[in-house]
Structures are given as structure tokens and as C-alpha cells.
Design a protein around this ligand. Structure first.
Ligand code: CTP
Length: 423
């Protein structure tokens, strides 16, 4: 298949020569597109000799064949390694000021970026926002490795090992070969509805009871499911508009009642995933005018909201897969997993992804880890890493359930209901 290997200007550029070899040895045609800065680290002759193809950084060469458009359009995978902070900023901003960024703007195939930079750059708010933007557009941005950097420093920011990037590239090429995202990935022909965000319950015209859920995990599931060929609807409860992904139908809701209506209206989908953090209670009455201070404290009567997930699971057809999330903290009455097991049995969903929250884990843009339980509370898989990694692991488990229920010639031909997922 045709791979574009973009190389940005970082010291780790030399490691991409090994990546290029691995790709070539696996039989892929590789066109290297470095940035001008990358050529300060590894020169064009190296890339030309190893790839057997011409190398240029400029959009003004090969103009007779409109190279800056053709390279991206014809690729089966664009892989950028190393992806520097500068390259990711330009890509997130939609700039096209050299051949690599122009290629990224014209590519319709999967795009994989392997970042490498100093820890301070990776953790800078600008880079965090750019990575978020790229991921929300469906670009696969790997997390950098943690280890020795260029100088004496060490920390997150090291280029993942070439073998690790190569494996991820092969996985995406495998999906491209099976036709995804044009509707024929392992979720091709399936409809999937996923809720994300957190519901808000109004107290009066200006106040609400809410929670801190950003919606990122549900969005990551929507993006991954669309990339695997599913027809996806994202039911977004109070999610920042900048995070909403393109290419996915979005239904915006505010309250738990709105969310329930939106989910029930789409309850015939093949896969229903409740990733939203739902308010368990709402004020018994909503004041029509702004509640004034009384100087004497305030008590609010709350009534319980319906359990949307349990309702969807109860009414699901035998061929549907209903999935829930359980954000848990351990307490005196049980561990995170014990609470998760009890919830799995109580809710009746086919799968329940349990994650530990509190102390920085789970909410916001931080690494995540889930244990996936079946209806009986048995562990069927584990997934960890970025929210995109968790989304991938969860959808692998969903596909395994779908396939175990489908006739023998089901969409991907697999039949195992239990999988072990990479961490
Ligand atoms: N959920 C739901 N409707 C509710 C509450 C939760 O559909 N009224 C869903 C969530 O979207 C999630 C799962 O149920 O997929 C578990 O949510 P969680 O808040 O962990 O569980 P609760 O039912 O609220 O249980 P508890 O408060 O006892 O932890």
C-alpha cells in the first residue's frame, strides 16, 4: 500500500529511517515528505536512497503533476514521525505552508502522528489543545514514550520506538484495506449511538446542578466508531462545541430528560453506548424566576431521575449491544471493581466499562484505564492509555459481542466474546 512518511524537524528524525525500512520490508511503497527543518537532521539523500523515491519539501516542485495534492490523495496512510510541536500546531491550524502540511490537508486516508518533543512542549497548553483538535478530527495521535530526551532531561516526549509506531501503522493500514472509513470496517453497516458529556438540571433560569464530565471519552468512541465504518450519532450533553467531531451526526441535549428522549428515539441502533455522566437527581421544581438569597440558607428538594442505561438494556433486542460506563471510587463498602461488578448486574448492559475516578484519573484530558465487565460482572477485557486507546479497546469488545451473536458469516468473521486488549 502507499504510505506517506512525513518527517518533522526533530532529533528523533533519524529513527524514522528505521521505520521507513520496516515499512519497505513489509512491502509498502513509501514516499518520504520531510519538512525543511527535518533535512537539518537527516538529509534528502538518505531518504531517497532508503525509499527509492524523490524527496522534496516544497510545493513548487513537480507542479506539472500537482504533487502537493496528488501525494495526499493517493496515500493509504499518512504517518508523521516525529511529529513536532510546530508541525502539530500547523496541522491543527490547517496551514499548508510546505509540502507536508499541504499533504495533510489533502489526505482522505487515516493519518497517524507519533509525537516527539521536550516534556515542557508536550505538556504546554498550546500543544495539549492542538493534540485535542487533531484527535477530535479523527487523526490518530499516539502518546509519546516516557524516557530519556535529547539532553540530560527525561520525561514524556520521547518518540515511541519505531517498532511500536510500525505496529500502529499496520493496524491502520489493515483498516484501510478493509475499506474503513467508507462503511466497511469491522463496524461497517452498523448503527451506533453514543452519549457524551454531563447532563444539567436547572434550578432556576440561571442555575443548574451539573458535573465535570468533558465528554472526551464519548467523543473518542464516536470518532473511533466512525473510523471503523459505523453510522454514528453522538448525543452530546453540554459538550464544548470546539470538541464536537466532524463527520458524525450530533444531537445536543441539556437535561437527563432530553438525553433520555434522544436515546430512546434512536434505541433501535445496533450499538447503544452511555458514556455521558447522568445527573441522578433533579430539583423537584424549577423556579420560574431567579432564586433570591433569603439570608437563611437554602434547601432543595431533589427527585430521582430515570436510569436511562438500565431502561435501554431492559428493552434491548437480542441482537443489540448496550454498553455503560461506571465511574467509581472505592470506599469502605467495596473496591472499584466490586462496585463495578454490582453495577454491571444491576444495570443489565451487555458491557460495562469501569474506571476509577478521583485523584486526577478519569476526568479531563488525562490517561484513562477501564476494566470491561459483562452482564454477570465477569471481566472480559481491559483497556488503557489515552481516551482514543480506551475507545479502541471498548469497540473491540463490542465487535466481539456483535460477532458472537451474528450468524457465522458475520461482518468480521470472529466469534470470541472475550478478548484481551493491549493496555
Ligand atoms: N446512567 C444512566 N441514567 C442515570 C444514571 C446513570 O443512564 N440516571 C448511566 C451512565 O451513563 C453510565 C452508567 O449508567 O453509563 C453508570 O453511571 P453511574 O453514575 O456510574 O451509576 P449510577 O446509576 O448513578 O449509580 P451510583 O450512583 O450508585 O454509582
Amino acid at each position: 500500500m502507499r504510505v506517506v512518511l512525513g518527517v518533522a524537524g526533530g532529533i528523533a528524525a533519524y529513527k524514522s529511517a528505521l521505520l521507513l525500512r520496516l515499512l519497505r520490508e513489509a512491502g509498502h511503497e513509501v514516499r518520504v515528505v520531510p519538512t525543511a527543518a527535518a533535512l537539518q537532521f537527516v538529509g534528502a539523500p538518505t531518504w531517497e536512497a532508503l525509499s527509492g523515491q524523490p524527496v522534496t519539501t516544497s510545493v513548487f516542485e513537480g507542479t506539472d503533476t500537482v504533487e502537493h495534492v496528488r501525494i495526499g490523495r493517493e496515500a493509504d496512510l499518512v504517518l508523521v514521525a516525529p511529529a513536532t510541536a510546530d508541525l502539530m500546531a500547523r496541522a491543527a491550524g490547517g496551514l499548508a505552508n510546505d509540502l507536508l502540511t499541504a499533504t495533510l490537508l489533502t489526505a482522505t486516508c487515516p493519518v497517524l502522528m507519533a509525537p516527539a518533543m521536550h516534556t515542557e512542549m508536550w505538556l504546554h497548553a498550546a500543544t495539549v489543545a492542538n493534540v485535542e483538535t487533531l484527535r477530535s478530527r479523527g487523526i490518530h495521535v499516539m502518546d509519546p514514550a516516557d524516557g530519556r530526551l535529547t539532553g540530560a532531561d527525561s520525561g514524556p516526549g520521547r518518540l515511541p520506538e519505531p517498532g511500536v509506531i510500525f505496529d500502529e501503522a499496520l493496524r491502520l493500514l489493515g483498516q484501510a484495506a478493509s475499506g474503513s472509513p467508507a462503511g466497511q470496517g469491522d463496524l461497517g453497516g452498523r448503527s451506533l449511538v453514543v452519549s457524551a458529556g454531563g447532563t444539567r438540571e436547572p434550578l432556576d433560569p440561571v442555575r443548574f446542578l451539573g458535573n465535570r464530565s468533558s465528554g472526551r471519552q464519548g467523543i473518542a468512541i464516536a470518532v473511533e466508531a466512525a473510523a471503523r465504518g459505523a453510522d454514528v450519532t453522538l448525543v452530546a450533553a453540554n459538550v464544548d462545541a470546539a470538541l464536537l467531531p466532524p463527520g458524525v451526526e450530533v444531537v445536543e441535549v441539556e437535561t437527563t430528560a432530553d438525553l433520555q428522549v434522544a436515546m430512546r428515539a434512536r434505541a433501535d441502533a445496533d450499538v447503544l453506548i452511555m458514556a455521558a455522566a447522568v445527573a441522578d437527581y433533579r430539583p423537584a421544581t424549577v423556579a420560574e424566576a431567579k432564586v433570591k438569597k433569603s439570608g437563611d440558607g437554602l434547601s432543595i428538594d431533589l427527585v430521582e431521575n430515570p436510569d436511562i442505561l438500565a431502561g435501554l438494556a431492559r428493552e434491548a433486542r437480542a441482537d443489540q449491544v448496550v454498553v455503560g460506563f461506571a465511574a467509581e471510587t472505592g470506599d469502605a463498602s467495596g473496591s472499584v471493581l466490586e462496585h463495578g461488578r454490582a453495577k454491571a448486574r444491576r444495570k443489565g448492559a451487555a458491557l460495562l466499562a469501569v474506571n476509577a475516578v478521583g485523584e486526577g484519573a478519569g476526568f479531563g484530558d488525562v490517561p484513562n484505564a477501564v476494566v470491561i465487565l459483562d452482564t454477570q460482572g465477569e471481566v472480559v477485557a481491559e483497556a488503557g492509555g489515552s481516551k482514543a486507546d480506551v475507545a479502541r479497546g471498548l469497540l473491540d469488545a463490542v465487535v466481539a459481542v456483535l460477532d458472537s451473536r451474528a450468524p457465522v458469516d458475520g461482518p468480521s468473521g470472529l466469534s470470541a466474546a472475550a478478548t484481551t486488549l493491549p493496555g
